[in-house]
Design a protein around this ligand. Structure first.
Ligand code: NAI
Ligand code: MG
Length: 494
């Protein structure tokens, strides 16, 4: 259906037909053994979209058995054939991109344009890893005397993917596509507020020819479904994206089995504006860095580290553009969408309330809002807090909302020190017209990705992942598929 008819029908009826509500295991939707029912709500209107299964350890047992069984033949399927199935899934996604974007927008609260961007990016991920499936070569290694040696790359086996609610579609595809391309099977556990696109996509993979059981999706709460999945003995690799605390839990639960692990956790990423920067470019960069998806992005530019000589001019313009940001129902494509859940809205609001109580310098925003048309929905005003000290909680803690922490510095050295003085190391943006200064900062800042004179530069081809408490391991790019392989050395005596 065309996007306009989907939207009109939703605003007319408040209902969405065709949303899946059960686990997807063994190539079909199945009833849950766990008895809980969860609810997904449209964060832009507080309208209930539907109920879905809350699985538990019994559903995980079934899913893991199905994936372990499917692995036996999937790992022997020719790499070219695996790539072909991924490529066909990408084409199905393209044909259904209006529907997927519509569902993603409603389920997550991001604007329709942002959801469309995520779906397009996920299609690119599938195409990239479709092409990578038959290029996982090993090396030939010269040895002494009458010996020859090689390395081969084998799939790691059954992989588990714990998906967060901020990027339900792209985090799912980012993990599952390289895993399947490498010959692994995969079980995904979507977040408790955003179950739909993973379920819809699992069905699309099957339609594209993926054998039953190679990809399973179990929905439910983190403690009931996520925890038994990551702790399962038959799971060989876990990819977790989410909070630091849950990341620590996951590390502890995989330890007894020595399960391989990729952790993509939080951030407090800075955008650094030096004294010689293009102020307009920095304003534009900062605006998108923190207010895209209402700041609910692990790599959001949630800190602005600005040189004192451009501080005033830059903040004046940034406040001006921020004050023009319109919120509204995400399907109507406002500048900024909703906060995913009421509980997360309360978390953001708590951070800002405490900052206000400490007497912080709030330049704009600072409170909860609603859709001006309906008076409903979970929104937070785009907020800028100026002149913060390095040890301020707003500088140190991940808020995961549209709240920008501004720190003023007097030199490149101070900017580097400020950038490195949180426990995170995910991304950093550097704005300067001097390439040597830019490259010096790029070298000195401890983060997984540095962008120069832009904040969101990158693509599916580029590895992504942090250092320190932002996690370890890389997703996307070539590193993203190598993570799902293990190297075996083979030697022969002549
Ligand atoms: P969370 O880390 O608890 O949830 C992420 C995923 O982990 C969900 O699918 C959840 O069901 C699952 N999960 C929870 N406990 C689990 C366990 N013991 N074992 C296995 N899986 C488990 O994050 P939450 O509570 O939704 O958000 C809290 C904060 O986390 C946010 O405010 C934000 O700061 C951060 N976050 C970071 C994300 C990122 O992209 N790095 C994404 C989502 C949240
Ligand atoms: Mg939802």
């Amino acid at each position: 259906m065309a996007i306009d008819s989907l939207i009109n029908e939703y605003f007319l009826t408040g209902a969405v037909a065709g949303l899946p509500d059960r686990h997807f295991i063994g190539g079909e939707f199945v009833e849950s053994l766990g008895q809980q029912r969860l609810t997904s709500v449209d964060p832009g209107s507080e309208n209930v979209l539907g109920e879905f299964s809350g699985g538990d350890h019994r559903d995980i047992e079934v899913a893991v058995a199905s994936s372990a069984d499917a692995l036996k033949s999937w790992k022997r399927v020719s790499p070219a054939k695996r790539g072909e199935i991924l490529y066909r899934t990408a084409q199905l996604m393209k044909a259904n991109s209006a529907w997927l974007s519509f569902v993603e927008c409603l389920d997550s609260g991001k604007t329709l344009a942002e959801a469309e961007g995520d779906v397009a990016g996920s299609i690119r991920l599938l195409e990239y890893y479709a092409g990578a499936a038959d290029k996982l070569d090993g090396r030939s290694v010269p040895l002494a005397g009458n010996y020859m040696g090689w390395t081969i790359r084998e799939p790691v086996g059954v992989t588990a993917h714990i998906i967060p609610w901020n990027y339900p579609t792209s985090t799912f595809i980012r993990g599952v596509a390289p895993a399947l391309a490498a010959g692994c099977t995969a079980i995904a556990k979507p977040a408790e507020t955003t179950p739909y696109t993973a379920l819809l996509l699992a069905e699309m993979f099957t339609e594209a020819g993926l054998p039953d059981g190679v990809l399973n999706v179990v929905t439910g709460f983190g403690v009931d479904a996520g925890a038994p999945l990551v702790a399962h003995r038959a799971v060989n690799h876990v990819t977790f994206t989410g909070s630091v605390n849950t990341g620590v839990n996951v590390m502890q639960s995989v330890a007894p089995n020595m399960t391989r692990l990729t952790l993509e956790l939080g951030g407090k990423s800075p955008l650094i504006a030096l004294d010689d920067c293009d102020i307009d470019a920095a304003v534009e960069g900062a605006r998108w860095a923190i207010f895209s998806h209402s700041g609910q992005i692990c790599s959001a530019g949630s800190r602005l580290i600005v040189h004192e000589s451009v501080h005033e001019a830059l903040l004046e313009r940034l406040v001006e553009v921020t004050n023009r940001i319109k919120i509204g129902h995400p399907l109507k494509n406002p500048d900024m969408g909703a906060i995913n859940s009421k509980s997360h809205l309360d978390v953001i609001s708590g951070h800002v309330r405490r900052a206000i109580e400490r007497g912080s310098d709030i330049l704009t925003g600072g409170g909860i809002m609603a859709d001006p048309e309906s008076g409903k929905g979970w929104f937070f005003a785009p907020t800028i807090i100026d002149n913060l000290a390095q040890n301020d909680p707003v500088v140190q803690q991940e808020i995961f909302g549209p709240v920008l922490a501004v720190q003023v510095v007097r030199s490149d050295e101070e900017a580097i020190e400020a950038a490195n003085s949180t426990e995170f190391g995910l991304v950093s943006g550097v704005y300067t017209r001097d390439i040597s200064r830019a490259l010096n900062l790029a070298r000195e800042i401890d983060a997984g990705q540095i962008t120069i004179n832009d904040y969101w530069a990158g693509g599916v081809e580029l590895p992504f992942g942090g250092t320190r408490k932002s996690g370890f391991g890389k997703e996307k790019g070539w590193e993203g598929i190598e993570a799902y392989t293990k190297v075996k050395s083979i030697t022969a005596k002549i």
